[in-house]
Ligand binder design. Structure first.
Ligand SMILES: *Cc1c(COP(=O)(O)O)cnc(C)c1O
Length: 490
């Protein structure tokens, strides 16, 4: 084994179990102002008397408890995190530093426009860069993530078509799409028609032409698609859809495959979203804040969420005078901290740097593909961009599945890649290395994958019982999903 598990395996009880009556993590001096009983200020209805089972621990116990727990986490600063489609790249600490500058971090969102010119400029400049990178005309930074951005974009398409006479009824979505795509289309009131992929892993253009009609509002397309494959027929696809008065929504969550090389506005895309928390290096995972700007062509601009951040002479301002807008999709101005990080990332990379990072992301994925293709089944032999998909077809002959391979990777000290997605590849292992790993790190990952493929041949039980070194070994995933215990009870 080339590496061992890097996490620190201490046994640590729940904080509730460490509790002892009377311990406290803080002491405050007695108030030196007149002591007004709290009941006189607040209605007793709002006062809690006791929280059942509330843990009582000292400060040092509290700190050590959470510090120990933090060592059980696998994270991007600890090692490779090759989750396909999720773009788990390294987030430069400079972005964090800048986003914490007090005049940026502590500005209240209700502060007057004149007093928040700097913050407005940050939003405005980010909008301009995103327009430039995508060759689009207008943008909203409001949506809090990819899924919400998709809903926003589809609602804009709905508003546009409604104004033209009819919102139409269907949305076409390739069978390789991210699960959020059909969900967003349905939420926006559409019925989904699935378009199959051809033997190369691309959208089947013939079927698309058959399904396209004047009842179809739009095609939702991911490019490169979730197989990491570029839709080379994009111009023909756009023509087919536009001829019948439909629009094209592009899911641009994984823009580090294209950035600096190809611009959706030049491919016939009408509206797309970007995930700042993927491509533009803001930390994500664990449901933390995200940001999914929606970028569109001029004909959709009137429908963007408002208020919009605009420049008027020397001043920046919020403009709510957009009567055709679909309205607000987020309180205030979206997740502002994400915008700060993304702008900082764009400025610190520069034009050449952004282009180079796309190159590195694509090179890393193809390096992994090349070195592993002898050992793992490649469902499509089409060249890939930023991610590569293998399947467990070969290992399956020994009774080893994708899940076993993923669990065994934990023993080698790596976070497993995305598994069983996209659904059209049976036993998919979807690997996205991103641009932020050295060749040595990529080689260590590849060597672990190769060692695992040998183990599958020679000692399959090592895989089917893995992980052996993790704090918790094989979990009952079905029971964990069906009857989770989410709350500790005294
Ligand atoms: C991550 C992702 C999404 C969803 O983005 P969230 O911010 O998680 O809502 C949509 N499409 C693709 C292709 C993605 O990779």
């Amino acid at each position: 084994m080339t590496r061992t598990s890097v996490t620190f395996n201490l046994n640590e009880p729940l904080i509730f179990e460490k509790s002892a009556p009377g311990k406290s993590a803080y002491t405050l001096p007695k108030l030196d102002v007149e002591d007004v009983p709290v009941e006189e200020i607040l209605d007793s209805r709002y006062l809690r008397t006791e929280v059942q089972g509330f843990p009582e621990v000292s400060e040092v116990e509290l700190i050590r408890h959470y510090t120990r727990l933090s060592t059980w986490n696998y994270h991007i600063d600890l090692g490779m995190y090759p989750l396909g489609s999720c773009t788990m790249k390294y987030n430069p600490k400079l972005n964090e530093r800048v986003s914490r500058i007090p005049s940026i971090a502590l500005t209240h969102p209700l502060q007057e426009e004149q007093q928040s010119q700097g913050c407005l400029e940050i939003l405005f400049r980010l909008q301009e860069y995103l327009k430039e990178l995508t060759a689009m005309d207008a943008v909203s930074l409001q949506p809090a993530g990819g899924a919400q951005a998709e809903l926003t974009g589809i609602l804009m398409i709905r508003a546009y078509l409604t104004q033209k006479g009819s919102p139409r009824r269907f949305v076409l979505i390739p069978d390789s799409a991210h699960g959020t795509n059909p969900a967003s289309a349905v939420l926006a009131g559409y019925e989904v028609i699935s378009i199959p992929s051809d033997e190369k892993g691309r959208i089947d253009v013939k079927v698309l032409a058959e399904k396209m009609s004047e009842e179809v509002a739009c095609l939702m397309l991911t490019n490169p698609n979730t197989m990491g494959i570029f839709e080379t027929h994009i111009e023909e696809i756009a023509q087919i859809v536009h001829q019948k008065g439909g629009l094209i929504y592009m899911d641009g969550a994984n823009f580090n495959a294209l950035m600096g090389y190809a611009r959706p506005g030049e491919m016939g895309i009408d509206v797309l979203h970007l995930n700042l928390h993927k491509t533009f290096s803001t930390p994500h995972g664990g449901g933390g804040p995200g940001s999914g700007p929606v970028v569109c062509q001029q004909h959709l601009a009137p429908y963007l969420p408002m208020p919009r951040v605009e420049q008027e002479g020397e001043l920046y301002r919020f403009n709510s005078d957009h009567p055709e807008s679909i309205g607000r999709v987020h309180s205030f101005h979206g997740n502002f901290g994400m915008a700060v990080r993304a702008l900082c990332y764009i400025l610190s990379c520069g034009r050449e740097g952004l282009k180079e990072l796309s190159e590195m992301a694509v090179l890393s994925a193809n390096y992994i593909r090349r070195r592993l293709e002898e050992h793992y089944d490649l469902p499509y032999d089409t060249p890939v961009l930023h991610e590569v998909i293998f399947s467990d077809k070969r290992q399956n002959k020994k009774g080893v599945t994708t899940l076993d391979i993923a669990k065994r990777l934990i023993d080698y000290g790596f976070h497993p890649p995305t598994t069983y997605f996209p659904l059209i590849v049976q036993g998919a292992l979807m690997i996205e290395p991103t641009e932020s790993y050295s060749k040595e790190e990529l080689d260590a990952f590849i060597d672990a994958m190769i060692a695992i493929s040998h183990e599958a041949e020679e000692d399959p039980e090592k895989l089917t019982t893995a992980p052996a070194t993790a704090k918790l070994t094989r979990l009952d995933e079905v029971r964990a999903a069906r009857s989770p215990i989410l709350r500790w009870e005294p």
